[in-house]
Write a protein that binds this ligand. Structure first.
Ligand code: NAG
Ligand code: NAG
Length: 509
């Protein structure tokens, strides 16, 4: 005890001396109730607390085991946690429907946030924060609160960039090579795919900016009367921690204040429960792991597709572990172990796990990359189509669309990724993924502290502020055209003059 007090004192003296960033008061605002989102943020927030920052977190997922320096303001119970709500089906209709659903969610999350007594206390007691970290997804409401608290803000994503983030960050969205995360096509789309993503990208941006964001602004106006437009506040964010890494998604053009921190959530593997351990270790030919995440109802998978998957698996010598929300599968296959909950990261870490068949959520995908497990991705909604395309393009696995899913096609893909040569390649890419000058979590913490330390400097890319007419060269084009026309007239004038002179001379002669 005495020792730790002395240590703290020393730390304070050291901090004052070096004018270093020491213990910061950090507020995390996470009003979106998506489990798979917050599970990405949690290790980051815990790490900040572990390093001595005083972290206050508003979320739907309060700690079960309290950590030092980590204070919860719990929104739990205020709204339904998003889990197992979407069926395993895919169409434009579902893409658009889900978008409306989550954007409406963003609006109601804003109300839930500002309505909470303990959140209101923050601004009523004028609690001081050095930095606010907010999730960047379907609502910018939190940025209004950060503004009210007078604290600089940074954003954090649990996925790659969503359509409405491009403009504010000054990143060029180009349908020809930038993956559109909600649709297929990756970075090499066909003409048809470029057409559909052009329409949807603009439609999503329109919806976000003109339909849903104004609703958040109205909600904020019920509490405060001086909040600038949310689009302005979004541009004022110091930086964005992006759950992204170029080894998976390919090299992209990102401004310097968009920091790639993909991969930090992967925890050190723990010992497996006895039954799983025995099941895996006693397998002669290794194990295939299947999970469609926390957002999909496995039991609503169309029956014929389910039977195709089971039939394909029955032709393979491997054992199968399947996260399944019901007690049995049609036909009760012998080589398949079912469970509603599984320690995914620990399973993927086992050397006898040879393949991962999933919906391509970014959490599981990242864990599989980390442990070098080849994947088959069957994407459904959200960022999954983008992730699945990235997996295939980077050589980490293959993708299969639900529409093309049949026993033969799936079996062919399994045989490809189970090939030892393929696995060797994946292990090599996994090595590249982990080979970094600074670990993802250290990187995330460094830039968080950096943002607080230099909060009065703007790091926004100039490209975010350039007016459209300049971006499209319109003014340059006008000037250029004017010059060309002037020169044209001048040349025309001179030629006419010369011709007249010559004509005159001829006449005189
Ligand atoms: C740390 O955060 C808690 C919760 O927001 C707050 O009550 C406390 O005053 C903070 N501590 C310091 C030293 O600022
Ligand atoms: C930012 O704040 C620091 C410390 O208060 C000050 O020295 C510096 O001049 C400020 N910079 C700008 C650009 O305002």
């Amino acid at each position: 005890m005495r020792f730790s007090v002395t240590l703290e004192l020393l730390l304070v003296i050291f901090c004052l001396h070096k004018t270093e960033v020491c213990s910061l008061n950090i507020l995390g605002l996470f009003p979106y109730p998506g489990k798979s989102h917050f599970f990405v943020f949690r290790p980051y927030l815990e790490e900040l607390a572990k390093r001595g920052h005083n972290v206050t977190v508003v979320s739907h997922f309060p700690q079960k085991v309290p950590h030092q320096n980590y204070h919860d303001i719990s929104l739990a119970g205020k709204t339904k946690i998003l889990e197992d709500v979407f069926p395993l089906q895919k169409s434009y209709w579902t893409v658009i429907n889900i978008l409306h659903f989550i954007l409406e969610k963003g609006n109601s999350d804003c109300k839930t946030l500002l309505n909470h007594e303990d959140v209101q206390k923050l601004w009523k007691t004028k609690q001081h924060f050095d930095l606010v970290v907010t999730e960047q997804f379907v609502s910018d409401c939190s940025l209004g609160l950060a503004y009210k608290l007078g604290a600089p803000a940074i954003g954090i994503n649990s996925h790659v960039i969503v359509p409405w983030q491009y403009e504010r960050l000054g990143i060029q969205y180009h349908p020809a090579y930038v993956p559109f995360l909600f649709l297929e096509g990756g970075s090499k789309p066909s003409l048809y795919q470029r057409f559909e993503r052009t329409i949807l990208h603009n439609y999503f941006n329109y919806l976000y900016k003109y339909k849903y964001q104004p609703i958040d602004e109205e909600t904020l106006a019920e509490y405060f009367d001086d909040i600038p437009p949310l689009d302005y506040l979004a541009r004022e964010m110091k930086l964005l921690l992006l759950y992204h890494n170029f080894v998976l998604y390919g090299s992209n053009l990102l401004p310097s204040n968009v920091i790639e921190v993909g991969g930090y959530h992967v925890a050190k593997p723990q010992e497996l429960p006895q039954d799983l351990k025995i099941f895996i270790e006693e397998s002669e030919h290794g194990v295939i792991y299947i999970s469609f995440g926390s957002m999909l109802r496995a039991s609503s998978t169309p029956r014929d597709k389910l039977e195709a998957i089971i039939a394909a698996l029955s032709e393979l010598p491997q054992r199968v572990i399947w996260k399944w929300d019901e007690a049995s599968l049609p036909g009760n296959p012998k080589n398949i172990l079912l469970s509603k909950w599984l320690p995914q990261n620990d399973i993927l870490a086992h050397t006898k796990v040879l393949a991962f068949f999933s919906h391509c959520g970014l959490l599981g995908t990242t864990e599989a990359i980390y442990h070098g497990v080849p994947m088959i991705g069957m994407p459904v909604f959200g960022d999954q189509p983008g992730n699945a395309a990235a997996i295939e393009e980077s050589g980490l696995g293959l993708q299969i669309q639900i529409t093309e899913l049949s026993k033969e096609v799936l079996l062919e893909k399994f045989r490809t990724i189970l090939n030892p040569e393929f696995r060797k390649k994946v292990k090599f890419i996994s090595m590249a993924w982990k080979d970094r000058p600074i670990s993802a979590i250290d990187n995330a913490v460094f830039w968080t502290e950096f943002a607080a330390k230099y909060s009065n400097i703007t790091f926004r890319s100039r490209s975010a502020d350039v007016p459209l007419y300049q971006y499209l060269y319109l003014d340059v084009f006008v000037v250029f055209t004017a010059i060309v026309i002037c020169i044209g007239f001048l040349v025309n004038y001179i030629i006419t003059l010369l011709l007249r002179r010559i004509a005159k001379k001829f006449k005189q002669n």
